[in-house]
Ligand binder design. Sequence first.
Ligand code: CA
Length: 273
Amino acid sequence: MSKQGSSQCASSFKFSAVPALGAIRPKVELPLSGWPPGGRWWNVRLLIIEDEPKIARSLSEGFEAEHFAVDMAEDGEKGLELATEIRYDGIVLDWNLPRMDGLSLLRKLRQAGSTTRVLILSGRREVADRVAGLQAGADDYLIKPFSFQELLARMQTLLRRAQETSEILKVGDLMLDPQRHMVERAGKPIKLSQREYALLEYLMRNVGRTVTRTMVVEHVWNLWFDGLTSVVDVYISYLRAKIDHDFSTPLIHTVRGVGFMLSAEPKLEKKEK
Ligand code: CA
């Protein structure tokens, strides 16, 4: 899983309501310079699927230095597993991989409905290879050897494009506009903290699906998870106070013993306690 330096970010991470923070390592959260527009805080999470240790290491170090959260997989099967479990913003995918090649992985991922931006790395220089890569569902194709600066620039372009086309999310009368970073319920603007916003966006992107506390912690906080699920409950309660408190239909539901679900379906109204 991702490796983030803890010294740099400890001071930017404040959680007075939750004790025992020494047990967890928070994600680095810094606005990327000049991107996204407005330099807003943004959790950009990348998966790098590469079997050559030297390249894998230099990619992970390079992206982490640019404040991306990075996960690594060294073979195709592991890569597919991670890419299916976690919603990444972007994937750097080597073509020649043990256990499952990059193109087969990509086809499976696209068949499963993933729209994550994928950049293929390959030593194959033929036009036909590039076409095959794009036909399998790649968004870009970079030939080895390559410069990290070019890879970074291309990945940023892909992610920016994804961001620009990101649609307004709606669940019942709740609306989240990723472009403007705005939330409204029944036309009434709701002011959320950065964490509350990230949590709500995650719940809305998984509408109608149960998300476990571990999934929330891993995606929204990107922590080295150490059983600290109470963080999630605290933030769910903050969100409930802002999103559901003044409205007759609750949208945030507790799925007992499992996690939470955002849904406008009244039949799902099951609250804990
Ligand atoms: Ca390889």
